[in-house]
Design a binder for this molecule. Structure first.
Ligand code: NAD
Length: 485
């Protein structure tokens, strides 16, 4: 084994531990298929210990008050930055995502901690004039134990930025990282142990079935925050409801449209289509605009330019700053992506670029797929309906706004949408009618600070990244004070 980190433990109740079951999961570098480490295969007993530790700790954590919690989160962030380079290198080797843009992930995680630390005093309630003469007011209280389940595309970012709100609201958390890319979580365990009181931040690595499901089912976990696929999200809702009444928020997949109007320069649309696909993490982004909806008048020009651009994307070693696309995260995901490409061909989509493994010495081993472009895609095809979560872009044609909207809305997901139009009335006419939770007009890709992110339809429930996320980790308690004089 060619270990890329010495970190090898989960964090439960302030202790660095292995699994009670003594089992491990190998971590595979998706670019080479080499084993680069291993993580404890947490089980239901590990989960129970983590939940108990969280349950024992949250009242004291809540009790120290918002200012002290904010200071602790900021200190946690500083300690993460001290080990940023190590986290970055491990994350790149473990995920297959390219190093240059991944530099932002650790920073975004720390920004999340600082942002919610700064919102500390917004954890406020209301006074309500329910009856004259009396005093009616609400306060916000934490749920207690929060479960945070993380997907494989940005493990360390999600484990930090997307636990900050729950911690700031006075909860203790149990994080379940993705089983194919958990090495950064082992480093995070060491950092959190130094920065936060025991039990406030726990990490249990393991599979979805072995560690994720017991966490979801645990009756003490009242609040579950999940980022992952629609299928798992639906399973989590079912499992949660079977064991107790729980608050579940879901950030799930997307089959997101980029709608380009005829008055936009084809060169601008080509740039946007490439940017929107997030090729630097192999298209493995929930927000990727994987359906390009082109007005018929610009279709040929944009497609011709895209074929050229996509074929030139530099696929290669994720650790090389010059690489523009790396390897698919795991063998399972690689097989899924190839399955979607085969289905698209079977359904009659026209393969315009890519479609298989790249050739050459560097690609003999590893989970490599070329950046792939399909044209003449029809809404009835599987490639137009199903999320690939890989480097596959489908191009579709429209002639009227009604048609464009019908295509944009014809999937059961609704996470993001991007609209390119010079006529602002066209842009808003489309934006109003697209059923998606996060809309870009004349841009694509960025998440903006404090803007609520989340999906409509099967893309999820709830919103993250803004103040709503922090408030969603609280319950309101209503006080009614009778005035006797
Ligand atoms: P996944 O659903 O397979 O797994 C996500 C997490 O859930 C992993 O930690 C996994 O171990 C765990 N899990 C799996 N089965 C479980 C079960 N039965 N009980 C509890 N936990 C279980 O998703 P993935 O393949 O890791 O990630 C890709 C998906 O995530 C895509 O659909 C993508 O669109 C979505 N995603 C959404 C967002 C968003 O913000 N909306 C962000 C990133 C990724």
């Amino acid at each position: 084994m060619n270990r890329v980190t010495t970190a090898s433990h989960m964090l439960i109740g302030g202790e660095l531990v292995t699994s009670e079951g003594g089992e491990w999961i190998d971590s595979i570098d998706p670019a080479t298929e080499a084993v680069i480490g291993r993580v404890p295969a947490g089980n239901d007993r590990d989960v129970a210990r983590a939940v108990e530790a969280a349950d024992r700790s949250w009242e004291a954590w809540n009790g120290i008050g918002v200012a002290a919690r904010a200071e602790a989160l900021r200190a946690f962030g500083r300690k993460i930055l001290d080990r940023a380079q190590e986290l970055l290198e491990v994350e790149v080797r473990d995920t297959g995502n390219t190093i240059a843009p991944m530099r932002g992930d650790v920073r975004t995680g720390v920004d999340g901690l600082n942002y919610y630390a700064g919102l500390a005093y917004e954890l406020k309630g209301d006074t309500i004039p329910a009856t004259p003469g009396n005093l009616h007011f609400t306060v916000r209280e934490p749920y207690g134990v929060v479960a945070r389940i993380v997907p494989f595309n940005h493990p360390v970012m999600f484990a930090t930025a997307r636990t900050a709100a729950a911690l700031m609201a006075g909860n203790s958390v149990v994080v379940k990282p993705p089983e194919t890319s958990s090495l950064s979580a082992l480093i995070l365990s060491e950092i959190a142990r130094e920065a936060l009181p025991p039990g406030v931040f726990n990490i249990v690595t393991g599979t979805g079935v072995g560690a994720g499901a017991p966490l979801v089912r645990h009756p003490t976990v009242k609040r579950i925050a999940f980022i992952g696929s629609v299928e798992t999200g639906m399973a989590i809702q079912r499992m949660a409801a079977e064991s107790a009444v729980k608050h579940v928020t879901l950030e799930l997949g997307g089959k997101n449209p980029l709608i380009a109007f005829p008055d936009v320069d084809p060169a601008t649309v080509i740039d946007a289509a490439i940017a929107g696909m997030n090729f630097s993490w192999q298209g493995q982004s929930c927000g990727s605009t994987s359906r390009l909806l082109l007005h018929e008048s610009i279709y040929d020009a944009v497609v011709a330019g895209l074929v050229e651009r996509i074929s030139k994307i530099r696929v290669g070693d994720p650790m090389d700053p010059a690489s523009q696309m790396g390897a698919i995260n795991s063998k399972g995901q690689y097989d899924k992506v190839l399955g979607h490409i085969a289905a698209a061909r079977e359904d009659g989509a026209r393969l315009l670029a890519g479609g298989g493994r790249p050739e050459g010495e560097g690609f003999r081993r590893g989970f490599w797929v070329q950046p792939t472009l399909f044209g003449d895609v029809e809404q009835s095809m599987r490639i137009a309906q199903q999320e690939v979560f890989g480097p596959v872009l489908s191009v579709m044609k429209w002639s009227t706004l009604d048609q464009a909207i019908a295509i944009a809305n014809a999937t059961d997901m609704g996470l993001t949408a991007s609209i390119y139009a010079n006529d602002i009335d066209d842009a808003f006419a489309a934006a109003r009618r697209v059923r998606a939770g996060y809309i870009w007009i004349n841009s694509v890709g960025p998440h903006y600070p404090a803007m609520p992110y989340g999906g409509m339809k099967n893309s999820g429930t709830g919103r993250e990244e803004g103040i709503e996320e922090m408030l969603s980790y609280t319950e309101q308690k209503a006080y009614n004070l009778a005035m006797r004089k």
